[in-house]
Design a protein around this ligand. Structure first.
Ligand code: PLP
Length: 423
C-alpha cells in the first residue's frame, strides 16, 4: 500500500485534506524533495513554521543533543535548563513588559491559555475578536474565530464573544476608502464593546497580520487606536503572533511594526523550526494571575523542542534572517505590485516581509473573488516546482510564506513564474 492509499484508508478525511498530491520525503533550506526525487521551492514553510529553513544543522544538533539527555519529564519537577533559558529568551525578544511564559504544543493551546489567563487577571468573562480572524480549531478558539469557512458544521459555538469589523482595506467591511476613513475599523471596536457586550470584556484578541483571513495587513495606526480603546474599557490586548512571529514580517514579532505593547502574546509555529512547541507570554501582573496548578499541559515545553527553539532564535539572529525577510519581501512586493497593473487577475497585493497575499478576482471592478483561479494557479506552480498556499475568507488569495532564508535568486524565480502564470 503506498502513502496515498494509506491516507485514504486510515486517516479521517478532515486531516488528509491534502492540497498538493505529492509525497515529500526530505527538505533542505527552501527546498523540498518528493518520493520521485523532484524538487520544489517551498513557499509555504509548513504554514509559516520552518522560518530558519528546512533541516538547519544547528537546530538539529541542539535537538539531538537534548534528546540524548532527556526527552520528557512534565512540570511536576523543575527540569532541563533549556526551558528556563527559552522562557528568559522569550522575555528578552518580545516587546514591552512581556515576561512570564506558559508552554504548550500548538497555537490553539497557546490561545486557550492566554484567554484563560486574561479572564483570571481581569475577573471578567467576555471577549472581543475580529470578523475575519483565525485563532485555532478547538471549540474555544473557533468561538473566537470569525471565519465561517473554518467554523462550518459545528455551531453554535461558545457565547461571550463579540466581533469587530476587520481591517480589510481592499474589501472594507464598513464600505469606506483607506485614504479617507480615519481607520474607522479600529474606532468601531468601541461600538462593538458598547453594542455587543455587557461591558465585562476581559480582552481583545487580534492577529497583527491576519493570516488565514487572507494576509490582511492592518493600517499603520490601527493597533494604537484599538489598544487604547481596549485599555480604556478596562480590558487587555492579546496579540496572536502564532503565524506572524519569529521574523516572518521582517521584525521578530509583527506587532513591533505598530508600536504597541501587548498584555499577552501567543506564539507557536515559528518558535522551533518545526519541533512542536507553543507559548503565551504575559506581563508579570497578568501572568501571575494563574496560580500553581491552575493550568497545565503534559507535553507542553518539551525539552527537545525547547532546545530547538533556543537554537532557532540564535540562527534567526546570527544569519540575519529578519533582515533577509524584510529585503526579499520588499523585492517580491515591488515586483508583484508592478505586475498587478498588467494582470487582469490580480486585484490586490499585500504583505510585510515574507508573508504575502495575492488576491485574485474575476473582474477588477466588481472584485468578484476568483477562488477556482487561485486553486488552478497553485496547481500550475506545483507543476513548475513551486509550492504556495491558498487562503482568505473567499479562498482566492495566493499565499507566499517561504522560509526566511529565501535567496534573491529564489525570490526572482518566484516572481518571474508568477508574472507568467497570473496574467
Ligand atoms: C493566527 C493563528 N492562530 C492560531 C492558530 C492555531 O495554531 P495551531 O494549528 O498550531 O493550533 C493558527 C494556525 O494556523 C493561526 O494562524
Amino acid at each position: 500500500m503506498n502513502t496515498f492509499e494509506q491516507y485514504e484508508k486510515y486517516l479521517v478525511p478532515a486531516g488528509q485534506k491534502v492540497a498538493e498530491p505529492i509525497a515529500i520525503v526530505g527538505g533542505k533550506n527552501s527546498t523540498l524533495t518528493d518520493v520521485n526525487g523532484k524538487e520544489y521551492l517551498d513557499c509555504f514553510s509548513g504554514i509559516s513554521v520552518v522560518n530558519a529553513g528546512h533541516g538547519h544543522p544547528k537546530i538539529l544538533a541542539a535537538a539531538r543533543e537534548q534528546m540524548e539527555k532527556l526527552v520528557h519529564c512534565c512540570s511536576y519537577v523543575y527540569h532541563v535548563p533549556k526551558l528556563g533559558e527559552l522562557a528568559q529568551k522569550l522575555a528578552e525578544i518580545t516587546p514591552g513588559k512581556l515576561q512570564k511564559s506558559f508552554f504548550g504544543n500548538s497555537g490553539a493551546e497557546a490561545i486557550e491559555g492566554a484567554v484563560r489567563t486574561a479572564k483570571q487577571a481581569t475577573k471578567r468573562k467576555e471577549m472581543v475578536a475580529l470578523g475575519y480572524s483565525f485563532h485555532g480549531r478547538t471549540v474555544g478558539t473557533l468561538s473566537l474565530t470569525g471565519n465561517m469557512g473554518r467554523k462550518k458544521n459545528n455551531g453554535p459555538y461558545l457565547s461571550g464573544v463579540a466581533f469587530a469589523p476587520s481591517p480589510y482595506c481592499y474589501r472594507c467591511p464598513l464600505k469606506l476608502q483607506p485614504e479617507t476613513c480615519g481607520t474607522a475599523c479600529a474606532h468601531a471596536i468601541k461600538d462593538t464593546i458598547v453594542t455587543s457586550t455587557s461591558g465585562d470584556v476581559a480582552a481583545f484578541i487580534a492577529e497583527p497580520v491576519l493570516g488565514e483571513g487572507g494576509i490582511l495587513v492592518p493600517p499603520s495606526d490601527y493597533f494604537k487606536i484599538a489598544v487604547s480603546i481596549v485599555h480604556e474599557a478596562g480590558a487587555l490586548f492579546i496579540c496572536d503572533e502564532v503565524q506572524s512571529g519569529f521574523g516572518r514580517t521582517g521584525k521578530m514579532f509583527a506587532i513591533e511594526h505598530y508600536g504597541v505593547e501587548p498584555d499577552l502574546m501567543a506564539m507557536a509555529k515559528g518558535i522551533a523550526a518545526g519541533f512542536p512547541i507553543s507559548a503565551f507570554i504575559a506581563t508579570p501582573e497578568v501572568g501571575d494571575a494563574l496560580q500553581p496548578g491552575d493550568h497545565l499541559s503534559t507535553f507542553g515545553g518539551n525539552p527537545i523542542s525547547a532546545a530547538a527553539g533556543l537554537a532557532n532564535i540564535q540562527v534567526l539572529k546570527e544569519e540575519k534572517l529578519l533582515e533577509n525577510s524584510a529585503q526579499r519581501g520588499e523585492e517580491l512586493l515591488g515586483r508583484l505590485n508592478k505586475h498587478k497593473e498588467k494582470s487582469k487577475l490580480i486585484g490586490d497585493v499585500r504583505g510585510k516581509g515574507l508573508i504575502i497575499g495575492i488576491e485574485l478576482v474575476k473582474d477588477k471592478k466588481t472584485k468578484e473573488p476568483a477562488a477556482a483561479e487561485a486553486k488552478a494557479a497553485r496547481a500550475t506552480l506545483r507543476e513548475q516546482g513551486i509550492l504556495v498556499g491558498v487562503g482568505g475568507v473567499h479562498a482566492n488569495v495566493v499565499r507566499l510564506q517561504p522560509p526566511l532564508c529565501l535567496t534573491a535568486a529564489e525570490a526572482d524565480r518566484v516572481a518571474t513564474t508568477l508574472e507568467k502564470i497570473l496574467v
